[in-house]
Design a binder for this molecule. Structure first.
Ligand code: GDP
Ligand code: IMO
Ligand code: MG
Length: 422
């Protein structure tokens, strides 16, 4: 049976999904985003240029691949238009290479205001949202009040918009939140107009027809498994299913049509925003990883928190997603370390466990690490696996054994070319 592959992040996002999708796109006909929205920032680098994509799939720079924004994605027309304009300036033909699901929900200016108001009201308990309106938009989707891309083409669009905004105004007054909607609306409606030059289609038919006819489809996840609304560190999560099952919901692909599940992880861990992070290094070692790895958000520019690799969390993500192969990113960032620690177990309420439990709050759970030798050599110019230092090969083997999953790519730099097939 022909199947679609899925690529997703196994940690708290920013694992390097964009880079790998770009690397793999020559083997695919279609690249499809299935959840999230402009909270994502996927970075690609080639020919000395760096691109950050937020809503548009990371296959867009290749000549033939069709890029699909699926029904599970939430779209901010203003940010989408900026992305489109930047791509056009680079000569990318978005009108033929990009299609959008009519079922994808729209982020309204008031969704962003509610996001900001809700975070402000939470005070020190804030989620650390990217403030792109993601949570409020998914709330309206599941609350059955949302506005969809397909509505743009109907006569009732403006009326539906007004009804939803009236509801939002009540919420904003509940929060006692100051805003000026009149300042935001013109750009939003102008962006809606420019969206109309793109193809709005029934992506579920398009993708299923493609898979059946033997075309190769890769679903591109956003965020990471530990930010999943069900399986992440709730409530410090995003509002969508970031896991493999999200590709079924977010594109209309049946579970038995999912083939390879490619899990992307960093050789260490990062997290941006609030919430528990068992292996966090809130010290000079963490700062060193942040500086060498340039761990600052692609979407918000915020500092990313850093820590050692967390094997129980990785195993959890592999289990939930049915990962068939792993790809390890940013190995080059650890090149400067004498020793590297790996978390293999947790001390959970005084008991040693090797799995991720319900509550990972630091007052209940502490990481137990083992120390391995660092590799101390510049990896960034290596282009064959035989040139990898023995200590790094040991690190790879250690993770493969601990997770019972093969690592098929080791990434040694941000550029397309800095990618080693194992
Ligand atoms: P995504 O959200 O999963 O696509 O990841 P981001 O783009 O937000 O963050 C990953 C960052 O690491 C980007 O700045 C990439 O250019 C960079 N990157 C990706 N792979 C590597 C790697 O192997 N080594 C280094 N040094 N940087 C990398
Ligand atoms: P990519 O696809 C890293 C985090 C935010 C916050 C929480 C909720 O680039 O890996 P939201 O805006 O969804 O309400 O924020 O999730 N977050 C991400 N962290 N990478 C991302 O996307 C993220 N998208 C959301 O920092 O903690
Ligand atoms: Mg990112």
């Amino acid at each position: 049976m022909n199947k679609a592959d899925v690529l997703l992040g196994l940690q708290w996002g920013d694992e390097g999904k964009g880079k790998i999708v770009d690397v793999l796109t020559p083997s695919y006909d279609i690249i499809a985003r299935f959840q999230g929205g402009p909270n994502a920032g996927h970075t690609l680098e080639f020919n000395g240029i760096k691109h950050v994509l937020h809503t548009i799939p990371s296959g867009i720079f290749h000549p033939t691949a069709i890029n699909v924004v699926g029904n599970g994605v939430v779209i901010d027309p203003v940010i989408f238009k900026k992305e489109i304009d930047a791509l056009k300036a680079l000569g990318v033909d978005v009108t033929t290479k990009l299609v959008i699901s009519k079922r994808a929900h729209l982020i309204l200016p008031t969704h962003r205001l509610i996001d900001a108001a809700s975070e402000a009201a939470k005070g020190k308990n804030k989620i650390g949202s990217t403030l792109k309106g993601i949570g409020p938009t998914y709330m309206d989707k599941t609350g059955r009040n949302g506005l969809r891309v397909g509505d743009i083409e109907t006569n009732e669009f403006r009326e539906k918009y007004n009804t939803l905004v009236d509801k939002h105004k009540q919420l904003l007054s509940f929060y006692n939140y100051d805003y000026n909607l009149a300042e935001l609306e013109p750009a939003w409606f102008a962006a809606i107009e420019s969206l109309k030059e793109l193809q709005f289609i029934d992506t579920e038919h398009y993708i299923n027809n493609a898979v059946m006819s033997g075309k190769r489809v890769l679903a591109e996840g956003a965020q990471g498994s530990l930010l999943d609304v069900d399986f992440g560190s709730y409530p410090f999560v995003t509002s969508s299913n970031t896991i493999c099952a999200g590709a079924c919901n977010g594109l209309g692909i049946a579970p038995n049509r999912i083939g390879n599940v490619i899990g992307i992880f960093k050789a260490y861990c990062t997290r941006v925003g609030s919430g528990p992070f068992p292996t966090e290094l809130d010290n000079e070692v963490g700062e060193k990883i942040r500086q060498i790895g340039r761990e600052f958000g692609s979407t918000t520019g915020r500092s990313r928190r850093t820590g050692w690799l967390d094997i129980p969390a990785l195993k959890y993500a592999i289990m939930i997603n049915g990962v068939t192969e792993l790809m390890m990113m940013k190995a080059d960032v650890l090149s400067d370390f004498e020793n590297i620690e790996i978390c293999t177990h947790y001390n959970y309420n005084g008991q040693v466990i090797d799995y991720l439990p319900y509550n990972i709050d630091p007052q209940y759970l502490k990481p137990i690490t083992t120390t391995v030798k660092g590799w101390h050599c510049d990896l960034t110019k290596i282009n064959h696996k035989d040139q990898l230092p023995a200590e790094l090969r040991d690190y790879v083997t250690f993770i493969e054994k601990a997770t019972s999953t093969p690592i098929t790519i080791v990434s040694v730099g941000p550029d397309r070319s800095q990618t080693i097939k194992m």
